[in-house]
Design a protein around this ligand. Structure first.
Ligand code: ADQ
Length: 438
């Protein structure tokens, strides 16, 4: 199995015993390479990713991929039971009777909970089970396109609590449980009855390590040299959900309609390579390369190129410097569970004269960051107008908007997310949370 794959699995199944032992432990799950490709690229990246982002036309369903997804989820469940047994032993030694929480993350592991529950009950291992989905949960008429939709719902309902970024995804999930499985549901209190249990569904919007980004921004050197030119920044994984093609077209429209920005404004797009094993991602890279070439060919002058493009991983302190000094940050996905870039940009905005965040309403973050400028990425002409507005916004308005955005992100940071999760699990007393297996 290639190292890259092993690392992905190590990351996915990390036994976080730090709350009680102050020592993170990681348990690896060995998956045969042939199964892994079908599970990860075939099922996760080619089926769930597009489907859950409401892009069913990009999904290709295959029974083999589904079969391998089931197999891998069973592996994870089995390893988690072993980890749980060890964890309970350690807790016994520490005289800690709080049942551990098994917290399962993301669409790669939507089936694992049921098997963990079954085995834990059989072996009389006390535990509480939770799931968190980092991507959107689609509406019923999209979700039901998946041939094994019922199994997915049943898998997730194996938990005591299922968390999503925002209320809309919770309601979509509740709706699917009712319509696919015929479960009794309470939409107001976000409860689903299943298998004689009541499962809690909760919106738990993720945050970032806010203070860490503030510190990075304070300490980072200056990367953008010229104060005379404004920089519009885009930072994304190179993924078709992030709306990069639409963004580039909007920038082209901006230069067409408002030529006063020529030689005064440039777009710095930073894209981290992603899922390069998948054909569609390689095709997207070609499309983006060509589009940038065409726009630069059209507008570049002897002293200025409208778009600068970095196709690479960028160190976090460099990202912080760019977030800090950019005039505008474009976060314009076609669909996105939350989007952390919007939050990181806001945290790094420590300059007296701040920049402007432009955000798509189709990102979970767009639901909450009300003081940003909203931009529908599909409407290319209107998007160009929003970018123009951001570039010409008076300073007092920028200050007001940014200070409110910053206050919310500093309060709703990643520690707050963790605490909200524990609170939602019914463990209000955070000093006594026992162990969490993530
Ligand atoms: P992602 O789709 O990966 O996450 P996002 O939330 O935007 O998307 O996070 C991307 C991260 O990668 C950010 O922390 C950003 O700083 C970093 N990054 C991007 N480009 C980079 C580059 N070139 N170099 C270095 N770092 C780069 C999924 C969901 C999201 C959800 C998160 C968290 O798709 O909707 O917000 O999980 O739940």
């Amino acid at each position: 199995m290639p190292l890259e794959h092993i690392l992905k699995f190590l990351l996915s199944l990390s036994l976080s015993l730090s709350l009680t032992l102050h020592l993170p432990q990681v348990v690896s799950v060995n998956i045969d390479a042939s199964i892994f490709d079908s599970y990860y690229n075939g099922c996760c990246n080619k089926i769930f990713w597009p489907l859950f982002h409401s892009m069913p036309g990009r999904a290709t369903f295959g029974a083999d991929h589904w079969h391998n997804y089931v197999t891998v989820n069973k592996h994870f469940a089995a390893r988690t039971i072993e980890a749980l047994e060890k964890c309970l032993e350690q807790n016994k030694a520490l005289d800690n009777n709080t049942p551990p929480i098994v917290w399962i993350h993301d669409y790669h592991l939507m089936l694992a909970a049921n098997w963990i529950r079954e085995k834990a009950e059989e072996k009389q291992l006390p535990c509480r089970l939770a799931f968190f989905l980092h991507i959107p949960f689609p509406p019923w008429d999209i979700f039901r396109l998946f041939p094994w939709a019922d199994e997915i719902l049943q898998g997730m309902l194996g938990c005591d609590m299922v968390g999503f970024h925002i209320q809309d995804y919770c309601l979509n999930f509740v709706d699917c449980c009712q319509r696919n499985l015929g479960c009794r549901v309470d939409r107001n209190n976000l409860l689903v009855e299943h298998g004689g249990r009541t499962v809690r569904i909760r919106p738990l919007p993720i945050g970032i390590p806010y203070e860490r980004f503030v510190t990075l921004a304070k300490n980072a050197g200056k990367l953008l040299r010229s104060d005379k030119q404004k920089v519009i920044l885009g930072v994304d994984r190179l993924d078709y959900t992030k709306g990069l093609v639409h963004r580039l077209m909007a920038f082209e429209k901006l230069l067409e309609k408002y030529p006063q920005h020529k030689e005064k404004v440039s777009l710095l797009q930073i894209s981290v390579p992603s899922r390069t094993d998948v054909k569609e991602y390689r095709e997207l890279k070609e499309e983006v390369d060509q589009l940038i070439g065409r726009i630069n060919g059209r507008f570049t002058t002897a002293n200025w190129a409208p778009i600068r493009y970095i196709y690479d991983y960028v160190a976090q302190d460099d990202l912080a410097a760019l977030y800090r000094d950019a005039a505008v940050c474009l976060v314009t996905p076609l669909r996105d569970g939350m989007n952390l870039v919007a939050k990181e940009f806001v945290a790094c905005q420590i300059n007296e004269s701040p920049g402007v965040l432009v955000i798509s309403p189709f990102a979970g973050a767009g639901e909450m960051m009300h003081e940003a400028l909203l931009c529908n990425p599909y409407e290319v002409h209107a998007a160009a107008e929003v970018i123009h507005r951001a570039l010409t916004m008076p300073e007092d308005e920028r200050v007001l908007r940014m200070s409110r955005l910053r206050r919310r992100e500093s309060e709703c940071d990643v520690s707050n997310w963790m605490r909200s999760f524990l609170k939602a699990m019914g463990t209000l007393d955070v000093d006594d949370v026992g162990t969490t297996i993530m």
